[in-house]
Design a protein around this ligand. Structure first.
Ligand code: CA
Length: 271
């Protein structure tokens, strides 16, 4: 091969290979970006069981542990902490809050139960077994939902913010903002930590979002609109609120404020 031919061959290779390598690099780079921005999963549900729910319970917090359902209810004069028999709906134990408090989320934290209140900046601490009030604490935001991940109490305030509190002194250690591909996700209400994720009711919607406690990114959305419709009684009901994880089988218990039923559901992946 003479020099001229060699030069031409190099030039042809350069003309064709250069765009190819640029294309290849673009594909690899885009793939890396996609790994950081996964698509949101969408879920429907399959009803596994339906249980009765007290019609006076304006549900603000729901937890299931060792076969026992704990429920926190709201409204001034009607707020309470309850231990409920799942199958019958019977209230096994109840602690009523003073009328001035509007009860909000509850969570089990080791051998204690923590309960928030809406605008009183006051949290209550009870012993889990007898519902004896053993402490109080204050926090500088509206109390909505609360859950526990084994390290922090995680509280919502109705915005897109989740507050991570030290469970020993109730001081806020840090906060995250919850978002999806369209921007901030606000109206975060009742919460449930399970299997490294947080599930959150979105106030005034039939949706629960699944999100990463590390980044705040919404990774999934559960569409529960229509869940109650076939079972609606004649009395008025309020919004979907209340999520409890059953760690024996991975099911979720879900209900709403003044709903006549608690639903045990399995998540079903949809497109
Ligand atoms: Ca919960």
């Amino acid at each position: 091969m003479n020099h001229r031919l060699k030069f031409s061959a190099n030039r042809i290779l350069s003309i064709f290979l250069k765009p190819f390598f640029i294309f290849l690099l673009t594909v690899i780079f885009s793939s890396c970006l996609n790994l950081d921005t996964p698509k949101q999963k969408n879920y429907s549900y399959k009803i596994v069981n339906i249980y009765p729910h007290a019609r006076d319970a304006f549900t603000q917090g729901l937890v299931f542990e060792d076969g026992i359902l704990y429920e926190g209810t709201g409204l001034n004069g009607r707020s309470s902490l309850r231990k409920v028999d799942l199958k019958s709906g019977n209230v096994l134990n109840i602690h009523k809050l003073p009328d001035e408090f509007f009860g909000e989320g509850i969570t089990v934290c080791e051998d204690k139960i923590i309960q928030l209140t809406w605008r009183s900046n006051t949290g209550f601490v009870y012993d889990k077994y007898g519902f004896n009030l053993i402490g109080k604490f204050s926090y500088p935001f509206e109390g909505w939902g609360i859950t526990y991940d084994g390290r922090h109490l995680i509280a919502s305030d109705g915005t897109d913010v989740l507050h991570f509190l030290n469970p020993d002194n109730f001081k806020e250690e840090y906060a995250i903002k919850v978002y999806n591909n369209d921007g901030p996700v606000s109206g975060l209400n009742e919460l449930e930590y399970a299997q490294g994720k947080i599930y959150a009711n979105i106030w005034r919607t039939g949706y629960i979002v699944e999100l990463s406690p590390k980044t705040g990114r919404v990774t999934g959305r559960i569409d529960l609109s229509g869940l109650l419709a076939p079972y609606k009684a004649d009395k008025p009901v309020d919004v979907l609120n209340g999520i409890a994880y059953n760690n024996e089988n991975g099911h979720l218990f879900v209900t709403g404020k003044l709903w006549p039923k608690i639903f045990e559901i399995e998540l079903v992946r949809t497109k």
